[in-house]
Design a protein around this ligand. Sequence first.
Ligand code: ADP
Ligand code: MG
Length: 324
Amino acid sequence: MNAIEIRDLSVYYRTPLGKVKVLDSLDADFPESKTTGIVGESGSGKSTLGFAITRLLPPTSIVQGSIKYYGDDLMKLPSKKMREVRGTGVFMIMQDPFSRLNPVKRVGDQLLEALQVRYERRGEAFDFAAARKEVLKRLSDVKLPDPDLVMSKYPYQLSGGQIQRVVIAMGLLLEPKVIIADEPTSALDVSIQAQVIALLRELQESYGMTLLFITHDLAVATAVSDNVIILYAGRIMEQGDMADAVKKPLHPYTQGLLKSFPSGNYKEGKLFSLKGLPPSFFDLPSGCRFSDRCPYAFDRCYKEEPQVYQVEDRKVRCFLYDKR
Ligand code: ADP
Ligand code: MG
């Protein structure tokens, strides 16, 4: 069963230089209770995908295609219903955890309010004592020492790592089916990153959540993900099982990303360093978007954009896999 199914999703932003298409005809399934890593360099469209799913894109953007959440087309949902989905169905942890919290309210009050939302949506009466107990439990679930003390603090009195844990606790209190974690550790110290990632994985497993884990770092994604989606300049270049993709990356871009992989699992000798930068959305190549950085590019790659080829269980957008 898929928690989320995306079909032919395109997103355009309006900019002073004109309309720009930053996600181009995405097809993706996010299976229930699994973690899917969404990986790509900065600017590839990862956050845009998260915002499209939660309908938090700027109002001037244009979205085409369909995003189904357990069969409901989110793009057709009335705003009121969408707000419900956003609270208790799909919860997004943003890159900047502080943006999620109100700076002038105590952390504990904000967590109690989140819980109140859940009570209301389920038509349950709000029981303060039970709610407080649940908040304390969640704060200890996310491994914050002294939950009582944390509840009494204002966001600015906590560190970035603590705040990101508070946001994760808030997500848990809402009991969403899906959590989208958008580079949840990029604002944190390296020493805390691994802990937060391990925590997300642990929570995903114990609560059976569906996790969409967005990162620019394939090594980090590997540690938590069952499946992977490789995004490049608004296109999905490869998708499938994460372990398979690491063992035998098909797309040259995936191979390039793996080059910087510390564990050195990939030993086929064909590794190359990724040089250069992704193309500008205002000036996309007419062929494959990766062609000017690809060591295997041939004539056709500069002229035509490859379609998606199915290779065993994997999907890959590259002419190297055209059997004709
Ligand atoms: P990522 O999260 O992978 O770094 P984003 O989804 O944030 O990528 O951005 C994808 C592209 O869309 C980038 O080129 C970015 O500059 C552009 N972009 C993002 N948000 C907006 C916006 N509100 N208006 C115009 N362009 C945007
Ligand atoms: Mg981003």
